[in-house]
Design a protein around this ligand. Structure first.
Ligand SMILES: NC(=O)c1ccc[n+]([C@@H]2O[C@H](COP(=O)([O-])OP(=O)(O)OC[C@H]3O[C@@H](n4cnc5c(N)ncnc54)[C@H](OP(=O)(O)O)[C@@H]3O)[C@@H](O)[C@H]2O)c1
Length: 249
């Protein structure tokens, strides 16, 4: 992997670089980092999944970012579409996390209103730390009870999850860095609410077209968050861009 920005350098240790980046949580909520891969034309999925857009280097960055997070959050659509498993963190990285005052493993969280989740999914069955289900008071009672059997439930709203409230609750549980892994529907609400501090974007050398959603979607005007390009890495034709909210550091 090569660095192009801030300083050109061959053979960078992308994992060490990603793990060393500064993420200072704002007052009352965690630092929110989005990690996504898109095609050159902005698609977030090819044939319904993101896997075809990635590369081994993308997986490396994906795992390194997971290793920085206290909580890894995904929307229920992503958990349903992707083979979604718990973070794998090497014993060395677990030790490094302890030294930084973090739990050895990040916690997985899913945002869902309907709770139409497969509780036999690896998301729940393979997690070494009890996952979180972020949902609403109005969620179907039976599904809520079933979710409580396999996860810790966070209630943050009545009809829809209020993501600001959800993040405040994660903060109260000790989370200082929250990694959001999509999908576009969840991202769009965070962007509209001005709750994104950082975007790690892998640009895949592909064109997809079709009806794939872009990185963040929603209704209405959305939001507007100016970003600063903080680093650029390259591996073959894949680019790894890190943007940080202006004034976010
Ligand atoms: N390229 C990438 O890096 C990347 C990353 C992730 C995903 N993807 C792709 O993106 C697609 C999935 O994205 P998506 O936008 O359709 O789904 P999504 O954002 O992952 O999940 C949407 C679902 O999350 C729940 N949700 C989100 N916000 C909520 C709120 N405020 N209150 C209550 N529930 C809420 C709802 O679940 P319920 O319906 O259960 O209530 C909603 O249907 C897949 O094709 C996936 O492969 C790509």
């Amino acid at each position: 992997m090569r660095a192009l920005l801030p300083h050109p350098q061959d053979d960078v240790d992308a994992e060490a670089l990603v793990l060393g980046e500064r993420r200072d949580a704002p007052e009352g909520r965690p630092w929110v980092l989005l990690n996504m891969v898109t095609s050159v034309d902005g698609a977030t999925a090819a044939s319904g999944r993101s896997g075809g857009l990635g590369s081994p280097a993308d997986r490396q960055v994906f795992h390194a970012l997971r290793a920085t997070a206290d909580v890894v959050v995904a929307g229920a659509g992503t958990v349903r579409a992707e083979h979604y498993g718990p973070p794998r963190v090497t014993p060395e990285l677990q030790q490094r996390r302890r030294e930084r005052g973090q739990a050895p493993l990040p916690r997985l969280a899913v945002v869902s209103g309907r709770l139409a989740l497969d509780l036999a999914d690896p998301f729940f069955t393979e997690a070494e730390v009890r996952p979180l289900v972020i949902t609403v008071d109005d969620a179907p009672a039976e599904r809520l009870a079933a979710a409580r059997e396999v996860a810790e439930v966070v209630l943050a709203g009545s009809a829809h999850v209020d993501l600001g409230r959800a993040l405040a609750q994660l903060h109260a549980l000790g989370a200082r860095t929250v990694l959001v892994e999509g999908g576009p529907t969840l991202n769009g609400q965070l962007v509209a609410a001005g709750l994104v501090d950082e975007v790690c974007l892998t640009l895949s050398p592909t064109l997809v077209g079709g009806g794939s959603l872009r990185l963040a979607v929603g209704e209405g005007q959305g939001g507007f968050t100016p970003l600063r390009l903080d680093r650029v890495l390259a591996d073959g034709d894949h680019l790894f861009l890190r943007y940080v909210r202006t004034g976010g550091e």
